[in-house]
Design a protein around this ligand. Structure first.
Ligand SMILES: NC(=O)c1ccc[n+]([C@@H]2O[C@H](COP(=O)([O-])OP(=O)(O)OC[C@H]3O[C@@H](n4cnc5c(N)ncnc54)[C@H](OP(=O)(O)O)[C@@H]3O)[C@@H](O)[C@H]2O)c1
Length: 327
């Protein structure tokens, strides 16, 4: 048996229920893992509210680290006793132990703790594919400006540091002055408080009227229109989330008028569709974290039983960096 957090119907944080569930044996291609720490992500909120619908009842959660307890037929990259971490479909990480597909589970290097593993897999692999694979037509070179919204959050703080490693001039946005300071302390070249400042005007100022090559936008509804104004001709609008609500339908013609812009809506799960691509991206993430050039900030910890409060704080924009659920 395992404690697990389930939703029976979409709704607020009060819909997160702690229940006992049976944990079976892994089938072909599966493992059973016992978690030591679980990562909290904004996608968990979308699953809970029904913005991303699930078959219910469901255990939610997409990210965790722990020890492999049993291995199903055909799994060759993991063995019983391995320390491991993952960002993975299907949801189900909010629990003590689970059976799950092995494909996206990676061995965790000894230098990386369970807590750090749980705090960085989904967010770090996202920062990896955004900065290294979600590129404008002419690519990104050291010195280029990019705009990254919600830069003091989980994905954001990793992206600030990794962008600096890549030599990019990352312009951060965040909702308070303290969060702006945090983004700057983590490698952002500039920071804009988008609650009090016109971020499009400030981006134009910082880039001497040129605009940025890429906008990485996970805020969605509230930032979409102004984000398009921040791009230079042929720039890339990389939408990857909807913390403020989904982006409204828009007219493709408007992209021409703003300088033949490109728009993409990215999701991590296309990038980690195979064992090989998952491992290659994870190796890149493990290397940059083990080198100390990207630090994983675990700014909040909640016992699994206090998951409702964790969700309330994330949605109320009270958190910074990564948040984990402890066991
Ligand atoms: N597509 C993908 O592959 C992928 C993968 C991972 C994450 N994501 C997305 O990336 C974003 C960041 O994820 P995360 O887990 O690291 O969360 P997070 O950034 O730690 O938290 C979300 C942040 O969004 C900002 N925000 C702006 N408007 C908001 C609103 N109306 N309500 C709540 N927050 C608002 C807040 O920062 P400020 O107070 O500074 O505005 C808040 O702290 C989320 O949108 C998530 O869905 C997408």
């Amino acid at each position: 048996m395992s404690l697990a957090v389930q939703i029976r119907q979409p709704g607020g944080a009060e819909e997160l229920h702690l229940v006992d569930v049976a944990v079976g044996e892994p089938g072909p291609g599966e493992i059973r893992i016992r978690h030591h720490a679980i990562g909290l992500n904004f996608i968990d909120v979308y699953h809970r509210t029904g913005l991303y619908p699930l078959n219910l009842p469901a255990t939610i959660g997409m990210e965790a680290a722990g020890v492999v307890e049993a291995v199903g037929e055909g799994v060759t990259h993991l063995k019983v006793g391995d320390r491991a971490a993952y960002a993975s479909q299907p949801p189900g990480a909010y629990c003590e132990a689970r059976v799950m597909p092995a494909k996206c589970v990676c061995k965790l290097p000894d230098a990386i703790s369970f807590e750090t593993g749980a705090a960085m897999m989904l967010k770090g692999l996202t920062a990896q594919y955004l900065l290294k694979k979600t590129l404008p037509v002419e690519g990104l070179q050291p010195g280029d400006h990019v705009l990254f919204h919600a830069a003091a959050g989980g994905v954001g703080l990793i992206a600030c540091q990794w962008a600096k490693v890549l030599g990019l001039q990352l312009i951060a946005t965040a909702g308070t002055d303290a969060k702006c300071q945090l983004a700057l302390a983590n490698g952002a070249a500039h920071a804009i408080n988008y609650a009090t400042e016109d971020f499009a005007a400030r981006v134009k100022e910082i880039t001497a009227g040129q605009g940025v090559k890429v906008v990485y936008d996970s805020v969605g509804k509230d930032t979409w229109d102004k984000s398009l104004e921040c791009l230079r001709p042929f720039g890339l609008m990389a939408s990857f989330g909807n913390a403020s609500g989904p982006v409204a339908p828009f007219a493709p013609g408007s992209l021409g008028a703003k300088g033949s812009l490109y728009v993409t809506r990215q999701t991590l799960f296309s990038h980690i569709a195979t064992r090989e691509s998952t491992q290659a991206m994870a190796d890149d993430l493990f290397a940059v974290v083990a080198s100390g050039r990207v630090k994983i900030h675990i700014d909040q910890r909640y016992p699994l039983a206090e998951v409702q409060q964790a969700h309330r704080d994330l949605e109320a924009r009270k958190t910074t960096g990564s948040t984990i659920l402890t066991l």
